[in-house]
Design a protein around this ligand. Structure first.
Ligand code: PLP
Length: 447
C-alpha cells in the first residue's frame, strides 16, 4: 500500500509540476492512444502498480491542462495546493459525510467551512447550506427550498403531496438565465419552458423595471456573474420588488458570488444579501478540485424541509447532520477542501486572488484593444469577450489560438456576435502568463 500511494503521489506531483510548461491542449497522438484503454475486461486481476502506471502513461498526457495557469476556457478554476492535498487525505479517510455521530471530523469541518463561507460572502449569519457537486445542484437545491417555502405559504405540503393539484408556482428568470437553472426547474417539476423571461440590457443584466407584476407563489431567479460578460443583475432592486409581492429571490452566483470576498468588487453584489438563497461554485473561483458547489438558504429550515429524509434506522441528532441539507444521503466530504482552501488563503488571500484575476482580465482586454481588437463587454469582473471581426474570422483565430497551445480560450456568441471568451480564475496564473498568452493571441491575428 505504501509503495503504491507513494508512486501515485510522485506521478501526481510530476503532473502538477509540468502543468505550467506543457501545451494546454493534449496532442492528437495522446488522444488517439486512449483507444488502448478500450480492451475487454480481463478475467485475471492486474497488479495495482500496473493499473496506476497505465492510467498515468495513457491518461495524463491526454488531459487538457485545465488546472494550469493558461487555461481560460469556460469558467474553470484550478486547485489550490492546500485543497488538492486536503482532498488526497480526505479520500484516504473515505467518509460518507452525512451523520455527525458517524463522521464527526468531516461533519464538523463542513459546519465550520459553511460558517466561513457565509462570512466571506457577506451572506446573512445563520444561513443554511448544502455541499453539492456544483452550481447546477446548488441551484437545484436552493430552488427546492424555494418551492417548499412559497407553497408552504399558501398551505401546500410539496414534499408530502407533490405537485399534482398544487397551487401554481410562477418562476421568473432573465433572458440570460444559465441553462442549468432551467434544468433544475425541470427536475423540480416547475418546467423549463413555463418560466417568465425578463429582458436584459447590453451587458446581460436583468432589467429590473421590466419585471412583470408578481402575485401568488413566485420564485425570481437572478444572476451574479454572467458566463459571457461577468455582469450582475441589479439584485437589490429586484429583491425590493419581489419581496413586496412575497416572492422568493434566488441568486445564481456560480462564480460571481466570490466578488463579495474582494473589497474592490463587492459593490457588484450590493444588496444581494437581501435575497433568500444563493448558489456558488467552489470548483470555480475558490479553486478547489472538482466537484464542489454550495447552496446557501437564508432559512435553514426551508432547505432542511426540502432535503431531509426520515428513516427509523437513522436516529435524530442534536448536531447538524449534513445529509439533511443535500439531495444525497452518502457523498464525499466536499467541505474538507473548502475548509483547506479558506484556511490556507485567509480572508486577505482570498480577496487578493479574486482581485488579481480581475486585474489580469483587464490586462487582457487592454492588450487586445491596443492590438486593434474589439472588446464586446464592460470588463467588470474576470470575463473578457473579444471579437476579431466577422464570425468566420473570429472562429478561425480561436482555432489558431487553441492550436498554438500557449493558452486555451473558447468561442461564444454574445447578443448575436461571435466572440472569443477569456475567463481568468486560476490562483496560479501570473502576470507573465497573461503576457505570454496575449503575445500568442496577437501572433494569430497577424498570421
Ligand atoms: C458554471 C455555472 C453554472 C453551472 O455550474 P456547474 O458547476 O457546472 O454545475 C451555473 N450558473 C452559472 C452562472 C455558471 O457560471
Amino acid at each position: 500500500m505504501r509503495r503504491l500511494l507513494e508512486d501515485a503521489a510522485e506521478r501526481a506531483i510530476q503532473y502538477v509540476e509540468k502543468l505550467p510548461h506543457r501545451p494546454v491542449p493534449p496532442s492528437a497522438e495522446a488522444v488517439a492512444k486512449l483507444a488502448t484503454f478500450d480492451e475487454p475486461l480481463s478475467a485475471e486481476p492486474t497488479p495495482a502498480e500496473q493499473v496506476l502506471q497505465q492510467l498515468d502513461e495513457l491518461g495524463s498526457p491526454a488531459t487538457t491542462a485545465m488546472a494550469g495557469p493558461r487555461f481560460f476556457g469556460f469558467v474553470i478554476g484550478g486547485a489550490l495546493p492546500a485543497s488538492l492535498a486536503a482532498q488526497w487525505l480526505a479520500t484516504a479517510w473515505d467518509q460518507p459525510v452525512g451523520m455527525h455521530a458517524a463522521t464527526p471530523a468531516t461533519a464538523e469541518l463542513e459546519r465550520v467551512a459553511l460558517g466561513w463561507l457565509v462570512d466571506v460572502l457577506g451572506l446573512p449569519a445563520g444561513c443554511g447550506g448544502g455541499f453539492v457537486t456544483g452550481a447546477t445542484m446548488a441551484n437545484f437545491s436552493a430552488m427546492a427550498a424555494a418551492r417548499h417555502a412559497v407553497l408552504k405559504n399558501v398551505g401546500w405540503d410539496i414534499e408530502g403531496q407533490g405537485l399534482f393539484g398544487a397551487p401554481e408556482v410562477s418562476v421568473v428568470v432573465s433572458e440570460e438565465v444559465h441553462p442549468t437553472v432551467l434544468k433544475g426547474l425541470g427536475l423540480l417539476g416547475l418546467g423549463r419552458n413555463r418560466v417568465v423571461r425578463v429582458p436584459v440590457d447590453g451587458q446581460g443584466r436583468m432589467r429590473a423595471e421590466a419585471l412583470p407584476a408578481l402575485s401568488g407563489p413566485t420564485i425570481v431567479c437572478t444572476q451574479a456573474g454572467n458566463v459571457n460578460t461577468g455582469a450582475f443583475d441589479p439584485i437589490e432592486a429586484i429583491c425590493r420588488r419581489a419581496h413586496a409581492a412575497g416572492a422568493w429571490v434566488h441568486v445564481d452566483g456560480a462564480f460571481g458570488l466570490w466578488a463579495a470576498a474582494a473589497p474592490q468588487r463587492a459593490h457588484l453584489l450590493q444588496g444581494a444579501a437581501a435575497a433568500d438563497s444563493w448558489a456558488a461554485d467552489a470548483h470555480k473561483w475558490l479553486n478547489v478540485p472538482y466537484d464542489s458547489g454550495v447552496a446557501f438558504v437564508k432559512d435553514p429550515d426551508a432547505l432542511r424541509a426540502a432535503m431531509a429524509i426520515s428513516a427509523a434506522y437513522l436516529p435524530p441528532s442534536e448536531q447538524r447532520d449534513p445529509y439533511d441539507y443535500t439531495p444525497e444521503l452518502s457523498r464525499r466530504a466536499r467541505g474538507v477542501e473548502i475548509w483547506a482552501a479558506l484556511k490556507s488563503l485567509g480572508r486577505d488571500g482570498l480577496a487578493e486572488m479574486i482581485e488579481r484575476n480581475c486585474r489580469q482580465a483587464q490586462r487582457f482586454a487592454q492588450g487586445l484593444e491596443d492590438a486593434g481588437c474589439e472588446i464586446l463587454n464592460d470588463v467588470v469582473l474576470n470575463q473578457v469577450l473579444v471579437s476579431f471581426g466577422d464570425a468566420g474570422t473570429t472562429n478561425e483565430i480561436i482555432a489558431r489560438v487553441q492550436a498554438d497551445g500557449v493558452c486555451w480560450c473558447g468561442g461564444t456568441v454574445w447578443q448575436g456576435r461571435t466572440a472569443m471568451r477569456i475567463s481568468v480564475c486560476n490562483w496560479s496564473t501570473t502576470d507573465h502568463d497573461i503576457q505570454r498568452s496575449l503575445a500568442s493571441i496577437i501572433r494569430q491575428i497577424g498570421v
